[in-house]
Design a protein. Structure first.
Length: 324
């Protein structure tokens, strides 16, 4: 447990405002709920006196903040291998493998990315969700950013909400697409299956926008690049299925196995053996939340997705383009 101690003067511009509101602006590294709790417990005082969160300020008062940073995460640290792409005192960027769950939950109480992060840096236990500010589905591979400090956590959450983090994905979809485009379709939890998301009307769903462009066309599949404007649960998977081209291997939104006419046994084996959505978060770019340095990262596609694409290329080279 880490002890913190701060002293500061309430700015004159805060006159007439509530103590909890002003404190949140004076100490943005900590959440509003945590600051409110410290006010109520007496860990945050005004001129040496405990006051309620709604106390109105006159400006110029002295704030004394002395508290213990309680553990936010109680999960067990586990020695799970992590591929760290970048690391500094405020954040780390990692390449998550397919098959690794991000958060513990029903059916996955341990063995998750969060457990591995706690082993890599025990101090992350003091941050909400161990610094995880966004997620990838279990069977999606690729880049994620994790906060290691309160300033970075606060800033990254705000950047994600403003869509200031650039995320680019590569996917293999069913069918031969003829052009790129944009899917602007609100998403929400499916009414019939709580594990699924679905396109909803504007009143029921949250705005979701995916831009996609073609990279390569094969005989019965297409390699596409997807850029997220928003970051909803299963967004790319649902949006591509919505336009009639679900991701290859997707167990929730896919259209089943699709074999090109006369496919060789080698391709059939690769397609049958690919048992996850063919989705990889290949690029991540943002401004460092503390230093303001522009950061950009990219990782190669994983071995299974590389083998899949090479098999589709070999099939196209063998049969040509007459069998779309």
């Amino acid at each position: 447990m880490t002890s913190i101690r701060h002293e500061a003067t309430v700015p004159l511009t805060a006159a007439g405002r509530r103590f909890d509101q002003a404190l949140a602006e004076m100490f943005p590294d900590y959440s509003r709920s945590r600051l409110s709790g410290w006010i109520k417990s007496g860990a945050a005082m005004l001129d040496g006196v405990q006051v309620p969160p709604r106390h109105l300020l006159r400006g110029g008062e002295q704030v004394q903040l002395q508290a213990e940073l309680e553990t936010e995460v109680t999960s067990t640290a586990e020695a799970i291998p992590l591929e760290i792409v970048h690391e500094d005192e405020h954040l780390l960027v990692l390449n998550k493998p397919a098959g690794l769950v991000v958060h513990p939950g029903a059916g996955n109480p341990a063995g998750t990315l969060l457990n591995g992060l706690l082993h890599h840096d025990p101090g992350l236990a003091e941050l909400p969700r161990a610094g995880i500010v966004h997620r990838l589905d279990k069977d999606t591979s690729g880049l994620m950013v994790v906060a290691r400090s309160f300033p970075a956590l606060t800033a990254l959450v705000e950047m994600l909400s403003r869509h200031d983090v650039e995320r680019q994905y590569e996917a293999v979809v069913l069918g031969t697409m003829v052009a790129g485009g944009t899917v602007d379709a609100p998403l929400g939890r499916s009414m019939g299956d709580r594990l699924r998301q679905s396109v909803r009307d504007e009143e029921d769903g949250k705005r979701a926008v995916t831009h996609y462009r073609l990279r390569e066309r094969f005989r019965a599949h297409t390699l596409v690049q997807c850029q997220l404007e928003t970051g909803r649960t299963h967004q790319i998977r649902v949006h591509m299925a919505h336009v009639g081209h679900p991701l290859l291997g997707d167990p929730l939104y896919g259209g089943g196995l699709k074999l090109p006419k006369g496919a060789a046994p080698e391709l059939v084996a690769v397609l049958r053996g690919f048992r996850r959505q063919a989705l990889h978060a290949e690029q991540l770019a943002f401004v460092h939340p503390v230093t303001a340095e522009p950061l950009s990262f990219s990782v190669e596609r994983p071995a299974d997705q590389l083998a899949l694409i090479e098999a589709l290329r070999a099939d196209l080279a063998l049969h040509g383009t007459d069998d779309y």
